[in-house]
Design a protein around this ligand. Structure first.
Ligand code: 2RA
Length: 409
């Protein structure tokens, strides 16, 4: 469980366990007697074994993490430990501000360094969690120094020749990487394990998606802004019942409107007068991952006052009629998907700290014969970012694809 793994500080293992225990009873696989039983964590381990992508083979791998002290970087460390990734050497890099900071990994205390020329030499793998303009500089430098990079920024995702991979959906793309592999955006990531098997069976034509995204998607700064505003506004709750934002106007650094006790229909900047960058990513990345350039996606991405966990309300239209019973059967078997049925559904607080894309409220769309609607919730820091990076590293290692195509022996 998260609570047992230093050096992280966002844990509440007991809450996680309660949430998981609640959810376990309604996992479709468990109800049908097909699941492994036990906790969702055991369920997920069983799934990993079944998916054909076992934990990394025993060859030891030297790993660097750039952005090691951020929310996702910390989660990467935790997941490398949890999954017993065979790390021979670990080098941690962050900004000048974090230089010299001690970080626990397994039984060792490591010291955070900064990126400088030659710092990637001798590393097999670099997990990169930095702004996209920084990645544009650092990722090619790391490749030039001999490492393969799994990058979590938007810098490389739509680049031709750079695989954009969700471990459960299109791992075969990894075979052709040339040194950089891109990790999808957290919102796309939550949806793909759910949509991909439905697309394979019914042919996805059009999605109408509303996302509800937690502040951890904006990093520590987003978390700090929600905490600060919530504390500030709670001391005058009566104002919240009627005031316009001009009247309450708490200090804002990250979001264009107050995020505490509010919802903000804007994630990231506008790329044109009617579309945000986050909405564009969901469209373009989904098309690339599914190799489906004709997919139509109408998205509205909304920031909500939740710390961890992104949710999506999805209305999906397919080429073939998607009958709900068959949809449920497909989702019950889908790798990386945890299905809740009936009146059970996942919320951010239920899924924070878990690995799956949780689905509930699967139902027919009465306005569109053969269409379905469903609800997805996922931990944006784990599957949405750090976990998929480590899963990709495991596949690269187990398939002998760590080196770029053309440089393998
Ligand atoms: C967000 N897309 O939630 C970001 C995180 N990658 O804003």
């Amino acid at each position: 469980m998260r609570a047992d793994s230093p050096p992280h500080d966002q844990d509440d293992g007991s809450d996680d366990e309660l949430a998981l225990a609640r959810a376990t009873g309604v996992l479709a696989g468990t109800l049908e007697g097909e699941g492994p039983g036990g906790s969702p964590a055991e369920h997920e381990k069983e799934r990993d074994r079944d998916s054909g992508h076992p934990a990394a083979e025993s060859a030891e791998i030297s790993v660097g993490i750039v952005g090691a002290t951020g929310l996702v970087g910390q989660e990467m460390l935790r997941i490398l430990e949890e999954r017993n990734f065979p790390v021979s050497e670990l080098r941690l890099f962050a900004s000048e501000r974090s230089k010299g900071k001690p970080v626990r990994f397994r039984d060792e205390t490591l010291v955070v360094g900064v990126v400088e020329e030659g710092c990637f030499e001798g590393l097999d793998l670099v997990l990169m969690e930095v702004e996209s303009d920084v990645s544009r500089e650092l990722a090619p430098a790391a490749v030039a120094e001999g490492a393969t990079v799994i990058d979590n920024s938007s810098a490389w995702r739509m680049e031709r020749g750079v695989p954009l991979v969700v471990a459960e959906v299109n791992p075969e793309e990894l075979a052709r990487h040339k040194g950089i592999v891109a990790n999808p955006n957290c919102t796309t990531m939550a949806l793909m394990p759910v949509l991909a098997p439905l697309h394979r069976r019914f042919g996805a034509r059009r999605l109408v998606v509303t996302t509800l995204q937690s502040v951890s998607g904006s990093g520590q700064a987003g978390i700090a802004e929600l905490e600060r505003q919530a504390n500030e506004l709670m001391i005058r709750p009566s104002t919240l019942r009627r005031a316009g934002t001009s009247e309450i106007s708490p200090k804002r650094d990250v979001y264009p409107k107050p995020i505490a006790f509010n919802v903000v229909p804007q994630c990231d900047a506008f790329v044109d007068p009617v579309t945000t960058k986050e909405e564009k990513k969901l469209l373009e990345e989904s098309r690339k991952i599914l190799s489906h350039p004709g997919l139509k996606v109408m998205a509205t991405c909304v920031r909500v006052p939740v710390f961890v966990g992104h949710c999506l309300s999805v209305v999906a239209e397919f080429d073939q009629p998607a009958h709900v019973e068959e949809v449920l059967d497909i989702l019950a078997e889908a790798p990386g998907v945890e299905l809740l049925v009936g009146e059970e559904y996942p919320t951010p607080l239920d899924v924070a700290g878990t690995d799956g894309s949780w689905v509930g409220r699967v139902r027919p769309d009465p306005t569109n014969d053969g269409g379905v609607a469903f609800w997805v919730a996922s931990d944006n820091l784990r599957k949405g970012a750090a976990l998929n990076c480590v899963q990709v590293a495991e596949i690269l290692s187990s398939q002998g694809w760590l080196r770029p195509a053309g440089q393998r022996t």
